[in-house]
Structure formats: structure tokens, C-alpha cells
Design a protein. Structure first.
Length: 500
């Protein structure tokens, strides 16, 4: 009998009642190992109702109570790193070491949430007028929702709900239906840590569940990470319903390599950033922009390294790169490589025919490297989300920055150079939300915020860090006068209140 992943609502497993299920495959074998319950509108209502009921007490709970739970939660997550990573590998396919890295980056936000007491401190101004004080405080929103992607089934949820609940909100998480099990384990461990029932709920589903959350009157805010078309839809729909929204979209991250760069370091970085997690990262480097005469040497160094990468099942310690999430996605990624030559690119490496012995039905694809790619080709314009690296050639630094800034995306970017002046100029001139200087994947640490520009972000707030705290709270200003017992009655004054 096929295992079923059910919802987690009100502090317990709740079996799906819609009668609709989605398949969950092992990407290394192609076999369906699990089915996941897909929520109906009624089940969306039940999850939100549980969160709303829990908010009545969690929203007024003390900071000490919240942080006590979060510290316990951090310890449990640390103890269960391997268990969480194993679920990620089984359903996403990424290698175990990469899955462990994902858990570690998620833990950074849990640790940030443990210190929420300082993040929620307000401000006070005394004696702004005669015996008048003004204070600014931040308060929770209520029920908030998170809709997360398949490529980081543990990390991205942990970018959202720990801060949200630390701020006093309750949370409904709708993870990807492609790899749902990690989310349930995260919720179970939170319950074990002492999180009250209903504060964190996991609702599995597809578009019905998403639309149910976007349209639900009791959901105050929605966080999303995924593709740009869906991010735009999430933002438009939730905003139209009066909700606060942070919707992180897709990317086409460029790496500018100047002639003075250490080409060995640049090639190492390009291979790591382009092919890690099989390219299924919104912060993957998918376009290398080579400046001047270094292009041929840089491409040769990238090819030399890429040809040595070992591809295999994620649970094999020898594997450096695993399969793609689904066969359909594998075929779509392959189509960009098979059509590249016709659009003017030089196919240096073609990974479309790759298979792994003993796992022939897995969702395999090898590493592909396309050189002399034009900006009007499909391989350049689209977010491929697979192990395909495009190399573009430009004559000058100025040409490279202009090319990069012409992209509709503005998520992450990097420059490789030994010239501090060029690097400083780049970080000011490039139109992207996250910049790396000799760092290929500039994902900020937990106490700085993550987010892009242009079509990579819809909404005013980046995720986690200070922006995350501000997103999950709203400001209130309180003006107070306590008259002294010796004061004479002030009398009626219809004029504008005076501060002098």
C-alpha cells in the first residue's frame, strides 16, 4: 500500500478528505513512493480556523514563552538534521551533503527567531510636550501563510514560519506537493518542542489550496517563493484581497568575470554555483559574462572541472550531483540544450543523454555548457532551473554591466576580479538585490535579508532578517499624557494639538 502524506492541522495529523492525491516520486529511480493528500477548500478553511483559534492565546503570549519553545525547537532540529536531510534526498533528489547544508541555512533563521526579543524592542520619546510621551511598538498580524517551492523543502519554510511565530503570529504552510514530507517533520518537531496546537499547520495541496489561502479573509499576509509568473499572480491576487505580500520570483543570475580575475577561482565558483543541487536553485549562476580575451581560457577551465563531476543517487556518498525533481522537468531542461546550437550557441558540453547505471529510470541529466550564447536565445532569456551554464562574451566591463542590467530579473549577481575599485563600482551599478564580490552565490546570512529586484520580487519586503520581522509585524504609535495631580483643568481647546 502506498504511503500517504497527510495534513498537520491543530497539532496532529489529519487525513485528507478531498479524495484527491498527488504522486511523490524518488527522482533517482523514477518510482512513485508516496502519495500526498491535496486539500479541498473545506480543508483550507479548517487549517486557517485552527490557526485563528491558536492566535487568540499565542498572539498575546510572552516573549519568554515564545523563545523558550524556539530554543527547544532549535535543539531538536539540530538533533534531527540527518532525518530531515534524508527526506529531502528521497523526494527532491539532491545529495545528502547538500540537503544537510539546506537544513543548516534554515537553522540560521531559527536562531534569529530565538533572539526575537531584541528585534521587537520599540522606541520611546519622553516629554515630547508637557507631560506627553510617545512610544512606537510592533505587533503581530494574526494568521499568516507561506507557500514554498520544491527546491528547498526545509530551508525556505524555515525562512518564514520561525520568524512569523516568534513575532506572535500563527502559520499555515503550503509546501510543494512534489516533496512534502520534510514540512511535516518540521511541524512535528515544533510540536515536540512545546509549540501550542494550531500555531504551525501544514496544508498540502495544489492550486485549490493556494487560491484558498490567497482568498481567505482570515489570512493577513502571504509569503511565497517560486517562479516569476506565479509570484506575480500571488502578489496581484493577495494584494487585491487586502493582504500583505512578499512574493519572491525567478532569476537569471549573472557572474561577471573581469580579465584580471583569478580564472581558476572563477571556474571553481562557476561550476559550483551553476551545477550544485543540479541547478535547481534560484541563486544558481546560470550566465557567466566573460570580459575581454579571457573567454576561451575560462570556458576551458569550466569544462575541465565540469567533466569530473560525479552524478548519481543523492544517498550515495560518492555523488556530487543528483537527478532533477521530475521527468517532465528533466525533459524541459534538456530542450534548451538540444535547441541551443540552432540559436547560435556553441555546445561545449551536452548532458542531455546522461544515465546512471542501475538507475536508468531516474530523472537524470548531465552537465551542459553553452558558449557564445546570444541574449535573444531561449537558453539565455528563460530561467532553466537545471544544470545548464551559459557563457556570454563582452568586450568591456561597461558592456557586461549593461547586458546584466537589461535582464528582467534582478535576484543575485557576482563579480570576480582583483580590482577593488571595479568591485566597488559594480556593487553600486548592478541592478540586483544581492551582490557577491568573488562570492558566486551571495545568499545573505540570517540577520541580513534575502531578496531581489525587478521581476525577482513582488512586494516591498525581502525575506528574513530585519525585513522579515517588519513583514510579520505592524507598527503602532502610542501618544500618552498622564496629568499630574496638581495640574489645573486644561479646558477645551479646538486648535491643532501643540507640541511646544
Amino acid at each position: 500500500m502506498t504511503k500517504t502524506v497527510n495534513h498537520w492541522i491543530g497539532g496532529k495529523t489529519v487525513e485528507g478528505t478531498s479524495g484527491q492525491f498527488g504522486p511523490v516520486t524518488d527522482p533517482a529511480t523514477g518510482a512513485v513512493t508516496t502519495q500526498v493528500a491535496l486539500a479541498s477548500v473545506e480543508e483550507v478553511d479548517a487549517a486557517v480556523a485552527a490557526a485563528k483559534a491558536a492566535y487568540a492565546t499565542w498572539g498575546t503570549s510572552s516573549l519568554a514563552q515564545r523563545t523558550t519553545v524556539l530554543f527547544r525547537y532549535r535543539a531538536l532540529l539540530d538533533a534531527h538534521r540527518d532525518d530531515i536531510a534524508a527526506l529531502i534526498t528521497a523526494e527532491h533528489g539532491k545529495v545528502h551533503s547538500d540537503a544537510l547544508g539546506e537544513v543548516a541555512r534554515g537553522l540560521e533563521i531559527v536562531e534569529l527567531a530565538c533572539g526575537i526579543t531584541t528585534q521587537l524592542k520599540g522606541e520611546l520619546s519622553t516629554q515630547v510636550s508637557n507631560r506627553v510621551d510617545v512610544s512606537s511598538i510592533r505587533q503581530s498580524l494574526g494568521v499568516v501563510a507561506g507557500i514554498t517551492p520544491f527546491n528547498f523543502p526545509a530551508m525556505v519554510p524555515m525562512w518564514m514560519f520561525p520568524l512569523a511565530i516568534a513575532c506572535g503570529n500563527t502559520f499555515v504552510l503550503k509546501p510543494s506537493e512534489k516533496d512534502p514530507s520534510a514540512a511535516n517533520l518540521l511541524a512535528e518537531l515544533a510540536s515536540e518542542a512545546g509549540l501550542p496546537d494550531g500555531v504551525l499547520n501544514v496544508l498540502h495541496g495544489d492550486k485549490i489550496a493556494v487560491d484558498g489561502l490567497l482568498n481567505h479573509p482570515d489570512v493577513a499576509a502571504v509569503s511565497f517563493v517560486g517562479s516569476t509568473p506565479i509570484a506575480r499572480y500571488i502578489h496581484a491576487t493577495a494584494s487585491a484581497n487586502g493582504k500583505r505580500v512578499q512574493a519572491l520570483g525567478g532569476a537569471k543570475n549573472h557572474m561577471l568575470v573581469l580579465p584580471d580575475a583569478d580564472l581558476d577561482a572563477a571556474a571553481d565558483a562557476a561550476v559550483s554555483a551553476a551545477y550544485g543541487s543540479a541547478g535547481e536553485r534560484c541563486m544558481a549562476i546560470s550566465a557567466v559574462v566573460a570580459v575581454g580575451a579571457i573567454g576561451d581560457e575560462l570556458v576551458a577551465k569550466i569544462r575541465e572541472r565540469a567533466e569530473k563531476i560525479t552524478i548519481g543517487p543523492g544517498n550515495d556518498p560518492a555523488s556530487e550531483m543528483g537527478p532533477l525533481i521530475t521527468a517532465a522537468h528533466r525533459d524541459k531542461v534538456a530542450s534548451y540544450v538540444t535547441g541551443a546550437a540552432a540559436q547560435g550557441a556553441e555546445v561545449v558540453l551536452d548532458g542531455t543523454g546522461h544515465t546512471v547505471e542501475g538507475f536508468e529510470d531516474g530523472h537524470w541529466i548531465g552537465l551542459s555548457l553553452l558558449d557564445k550564447v546570444s541574449t535573444d536565445s531561449d537558453a539565455y532569456k528563460d530561467e532553466i532551473f537545471g544544470p545548464v551554464l551559459c557563457v556570454l562574451r563582452v568586450d568591456t566591463y561597461e558592456d557586461g554591466v549593461a547586458l546584466m542590467n537589461a535582464s528582467p530579473f534582478g535576484n543575485g549577481t557576482a563579480i570576480f576580479t582583483r580590482d577593488g575599485g571595479a568591485a566597488r563600482r559594480f556593487q553600486l551599478e548592478v541592478e540586483a538585490g544581492m551582490v557577491g564580490v568573488n562570492v558566486p552565490i551571495p545568499v545573505p546570512v540570517g540577520y541580513h535579508s534575502f531578496g531581489g529586484w525587478k521581476d525577482s520580487l513582488f512586494g516591498d519586503h525581502h525575506i528574513y532578517g530585519n525585513d522579515g520581522v517588519h513583514f510579520y509585524t505592524r507598527g503602532k504609535v502610542v501618544t500618552t499624557r498622564w496629568p499630574d495631580p496638581a495640574d489645573a483643568p486644561a479646558g477645551v481647546d479646538l486648535g491643532f494639538p501643540r507640541n511646544h
